[in-house]
Design a binder for this molecule. Structure first.
Ligand code: GDP
Length: 599
């Protein structure tokens, strides 16, 4: 008997027995009895997987299906496993088969990621087949010891972009490249943080071992300090000394990858639901959209209809990484695919649907949802206040933090102090990343991925970071006094935090002249470019976007008169408490600190 569409109940990959009872509209007692009938002893609050739920639902005469997520955003908001991992968990265990491990290569710029990817490719991949269609595909597979390994060549060579972070999400293993002559650098630390956030094991490649100034043990020491202790020192991280340039020890590295793969559960169901991750996509002349896809479950075939984000399409052609046309591709296989109507976002999940009608419907629903979201004001994802609210409601037990400090010397003490606060409380802090320097876009992305908060000690957030934070709804809190920082974290963990203070920019002025002053040393003459400068406001002095001073106004005058405020377009004289090194062209930003409106 065919059931009307509205009778199909959508279920998440995991849910509690109580939730399932509600969804199926049956009493909890009946549900627990049915569970017992199929051999599952579960209490009300116990979580069961989709597979079990489906069996129970069938027993109760209900039709269910795995819920299609609205967008990938949801997954990130939940700060949980990547969607594809959740979907894999919903596959029947008996059908899972080993699949090749998928490896992403991460590391600081110039430490040799590209050289290593090329070296492995050139040593282990047979030459491009004659007659193959020249197609750049940003992933490839190699054979080692009769086993296959898939490498992702994630774009973004210059900087550690969010794309690389997404690459780490699709991978089973991260190879962290650290140059032996340079050691651990900021992007090394970011890469570790990303891999940890995605719960992906790390193999370390200590590169450039051929260089005379290589110091591999220094790298081992630095990584140990970050919690990656080499096996030879009694830890559980495999570290291989290599030279990507001279192709030294590449076999050992591949061996290490396979070893780690053996300890991880790297399986999929070749017969199951077809889904995977979009690695990269672009429009090519005469071909339309060419997408590089990593199949992660099921077997993708020509003619299948796929949805990815807000685009869809029928698979017109598939090419393997050598450019050879293929008819189908199983788990862990990278393919170039022709057929999407629009460019899907790198990192997004793709999956097969029944037909183009269903695909159109899903995409339309998603576009609608996006529109609705855009109409609502961007609500912060997580602030310290939200954290303790969720804490009180029993929704979270962990506060993920990205910590940035001004100087190396304060990094360890600050982190240690935060950890001590964490230990004293039932709710815990989880430090995603701690480093020296201003708050950057990457810090925000990192916090966003785990639903965390960015904490700064004597540092500022740069303009790009502020923009991304606003877009992603990530809260940034900066402190000048360690006591305040710890106090706030303590309060957040206990659920006692006051409403957040936020800066409101009043106006901006430019320094046109500098005069000596007996009271302040020097005072500045300027003109208000935008808004207003108020006598009781705080002022930041900026030169080339560097903040030189942040403090109070000592005097504000128009002609010799003290004034309460100066408006846009007018000139004024200003003296600052504790700053006199004005230069013509400096920018003055006036702002006040107010309580944020309650969320
Ligand atoms: P990426 O930014 O991490 O992708 O780094 P690249 O692969 O572009 O390498 C940066 C530079 O380091 C290039 O000039 C490479 O030739 C050089 N390099 C990479 N691996 C090695 C190595 O093992 N030994 C030496 N001596 N140089 C290397």
């Amino acid at each position: 008997m065919m059931m009307a569409k509205s009778d199909v109940i959508e279920l998440p990959p995991h849910l509690t027995v109580r939730e399932l009872a509600q969804k199926l509209d049956v009493s909890a007692i009946d549900l627990i009895k049915t569970l017992m009938n199929v051999g599952v002893m579960a209490s009300l609050n116990q979580t069961i997987d989709y597979e079990t739920a489906e069996i129970v639902a069938a027993e109760l005469g209900k039709e269910v299906r795995l819920a299609v997520p609205e967008t990938e955003e949801k997954e990130e908001e939940a700060g949980e496993l990547p969607l594809w991992r959740q979907w894999l968990l919903a596959e029947p265990a008996a059908r899972l088969r080993p699949r090749p491990p998928v490896v992403a290569i991460l590391g600081h710029v110039d430490h040799g990621k590209t050289t290593l990817l090329d070296a492995i490719r050139n040593t282990n991949v047979a030459a491009r087949e004659a007659g193959g269609i020249t197609q750049h595909i940003s992933a490839y597979q190699v054979e080692h010891d009769g086993r296959t390994i898939t490498f992702l060549d994630t774009p973004g060579h210059a900087a550690f972009t969010s794309l690389r972070a997404r690459g780490a999400k699709g991978a089973d293993i991260v190879v962290l490249v650290v140059a032996a002559d340079d050691g651990v650098m900021p992007q090394t630390r970011e890469a570790i943080a990303h891999a940890k956030a995605a719960q992906v094991p790390i193999v370390v490649a200590i590169n450039k071992i051929d260089k005379p100034n290589a110091q591999p043990d220094r790298v081992r020491q630095q990584l140990s300090d970050l919690g990656l202790v080499p096996q030879e020192w009694g830890g559980d991280t495999i570290m291989v000394e290599i030279s990507a340039k001279q192709r030294l020890n590449l076999d050992e590295l591949l061996e290490a990858i396979l070893l780690v793969a053996d300890t991880a559960d790297i399986r999929a169901n070749p017969q199951g639901r077809v889904f995977g991750t979009v690695i990269e996509a672009q429009v090519k002349k005469g071909q339309g959209v060419v997408a590089t896809l990593l199949v992660q479950n099921g077997t993708l075939k020509v003619g299948d209809v796929l949805v990815a984000g807000t685009t869809y399409g029928k698979v017109r052609a598939l090419m393997d990484f050598r450019g050879k046309r293929i008819k189908q591709a199983g788990p862990s296989t990278p393919v170039a695919m022709l057929g999407f109507h629009d460019i899907p976002e790198a990192g997004s999940l793709f999956y097969k649907v029944k037909n183009e009608k269903e695909a159109r419907q899903i995409v339309e629903e998603r576009l609608e949802a996006q529109k609705r979201q855009a109409q609502q004001a961007a609500a912060p994802r997580m602030s310290l206040e939200d954290f303790f609210k969720s804490l009180q409601e029993g929704k979270v037990k962990e506060l993920p933090l990205v910590v940035k400090v001004d100087v190396q010397g304060s990094l360890e003490p600050v982190v240690k102090a935060i950890e001590e606060v964490s230990e004293r409380n039932e709710a815990k802090v989880r430090i995603l990343h701690a480093d020296v320097g201003n708050i950057t876009e990457n810090d925000i992305m990192l916090a966003a991925a785990s639903n965390g908060v960015v904490i700064g000690f004597n540092v500022k957030a740069d303009a790009a970071a502020r923009k991304v934070a606003e877009r992603e709804g990530v809260s940034i809190r900066t402190y000048r006094v360690i006591y305040d920082l710890l106090h706030d974290i303590e309060k957040a963990l206990r659920g006692l935090l006051e409403p957040e203070k936020q800066e409101v920019i009043l106006g901006e002025a430019e320094v046109l002249a500098v005069f000596p002053s007996s009271r302040f040393g020097k005072v500045a003459g300027g003109r208000v470019r935008r808004g207003v400068i108020r006598r009781n406001a705080r002022v930041r002095v900026l030169r080339d976007d560097q903040v030189l001073f942040d403090g109070e106004i000592g005097s504000l005058k128009r002609f010799q008169e003290d004034v309460r405020e100066v408006r846009e377009g007018f000139e004024f004289g200003i003296g600052l408490k504790g700053f006199k090194d004005f230069q013509v062209g400096d920018r003055l930003i006036a702002y006040t600190v107010e309580s944020a409106p309650a969320a």
